[in-house]
Design a protein around this ligand. Structure first.
Ligand code: URA
Length: 438
């Protein structure tokens, strides 16, 4: 086989065979096809698309390009979640302890943030000492001993995705449904989960801008997972405004801890309870009497009793982090300058552009413009408004946490543009648009 022929066939709109796709991926990972040919192929895929069958074959080829974890001997049924990324999304820090408190083991590998969308590992590292890099052996034994583990992907987990994602980033081929679906699902399949809950975000602060696009991506990922023998649920959730209040690493960690204490913003709490309930229901697949409502009740009790917070403490302790920061979030690292913004006139909140809020946090130093950039864990934004709120002139709109005056100024300008106020009442946004089970 020759790479140039595979590229030409895709360029001309042909459906590639499973063998061609497997060979292309394997040859790239083993260094036998150069970046420039894969880049050309990615653009052909971007322009011509892929059939469902091609996308499944691409996903499996990428999943099998490295280690395939099997946790069945360790935790029985492994359940995982994935968020397609957004602004203020600290769900994982609340959901994993909640699910573990129900006696369902959770073993998750996560990534770093890029652009406006924050990353789980970056947020975790605001807890002093927390070790995000574990060996496979540590990952397995912590899952067995504590029933909760949260770390970075091991370097040999779906290595084809790491290589291809870097090329996509540099060749304007990221926003392509078959490429996104295969990227996400190859890592989930390789990480060994039996059941996966996908939290597919839609709106201004997400990769998918319309509910239709998000549903198309979710359906494809659910189909891929089911073809690979996994139980799947996809939630289509709103990302037009930030989730919760905090955007920025240590600020989000504090909010997650507050939520686990039974406090925290209502939208975040409800969102986390829903995601966690779907995970628990997947794991208890033989207990038909467990309805979502009953599981949410059980999860709520774990929030109120402190059992879920205790699981976060177990997690932080097992991975070398400073558990005093869980018990007293005032010990989390903090920025030097704190400044507030006010609502300019009486009215109703019609829109909070989540993308602008996410970009303001990046401008302050909370995120990275390109891979490998350093980040500042202390800075970020608190957004005190929700779409539909009635507000008065002088109400608090944002709190900015900054370390440098010029960055503060840039963030302030962006945040002033981010909110659209109207005179007439505005409908609030839903948390979820749909649930797909395949
Ligand atoms: N997240 C991923 O892991 N891959 C993508 O392509 C997009 C979001």
């Amino acid at each position: 086989m020759r790479a140039v022929d595979v590229i030409a066939r895709k360029r001309d709109g042909s459906e590639l065979t499973a063998e061609e796709i497997r060979w292309f991926v394997e040859s790239y990972v083993s260094g036998n096809i150069p970046d420039y040919q894969v880049a050309a192929w990615l653009m052909a895929v971007y322009l011509r698309g892929m059939t469902r069958r091609e996308t499944v074959d691409l996903t499996l080829a990428m999943a099998h390009s490295g280690d395939m974890l099997d946790l069945s001997g360790v935790v029985g049924y492994a359940v995982d979640k994935h968020s397609s990324g957004g602004v203020g999304d600290k769900t994982t820090f609340v959901v994993l302890p909640l699910v573990a408190a129900c006696g369902v083991p959770v073993a998750k590998m996560s990534g770093r943030g890029l652009g406006f969308s924050g990353g789980t590992l970056d947020k975790l590292e605001s807890i002093a000492g927390y070790r995000v890099e574990l060996t496979l052996e540590e990952f397995r034994s912590q899952a067995e001993q504590y029933g909760i583990v949260l770390c970075g992907q091991t370097s040999n987990l779906a290595p084809a995705d790491g290589l291809i994602y870097a090329l996509r980033d540099a060749t304007a081929t990221v926003s392509c449904v078959p490429l996104i679906a295969s990227s996400i699902m190859s890592k989930k399949i390789a990480a060994g989960a039996n059941g996966v809950v996908l939290d597919v975000k839609v709106g201004m602060g997400a990769f998918m801008r319309t509910v239709e696009e998000a549903k198309a991506l979710a359906h494809l990922m659910v189909d891929i997972g089911r073809d690979a023998g996994r139980d799947m649920v996809a939630l289509i959730s709103d990302m037009n405004q930030p989730l919760g209040v905090a955007v920025g690493n240590a600020l989000e960690m504090r909010e997650a801890i507050e939520t686990l204490r039974g406090e925290g913003p209502q939208d975040l709490r409800e969102h986390c309870l829903t995601v966690a309930a779907h995970m628990v229901r997947l794991a208890r697949q033989n207990q038909a009497e467990d309805t979502l409502v009953e599981i949410i009740q059980e999860l709520t009790e774990h929030l109120e009793s402190g059992a879920a917070l205790a699981k976060l403490r177990d997690l932080v302790s097992a991975q070398g982090g400073d558990t005093r920061m869980v018990d007293d979030p005032d010990l989390l690292p903090a920025a030097r300058i704190v400044e507030t913004l006010e609502v300019p006139a009486n009215g109703y909140v019609a829109q909070i552009n989540a993308l602008e809020v996410g970009q303001a946090a990046v401008e302050l130093g909370a995120g990275r413009e390109k891979k490998g950039d350093p980040i500042d864990h202390t800075v970020g934004v608190l957004c005190h408004l929700k779409v539909g709120d009635q507000v008065k002139k002088g109400d608090l709109s944002f709190t900015i946490h900054a370390n440098e005056a010029d960055r503060l100024e840039a963030a302030r300008r962006r945040l002033e543009r981010a909110v659209d106020y109207r005179r007439r009442p505005q409908a609030p946004l839903p948390l979820f648009y749909d649930t797909l089970t395949g």
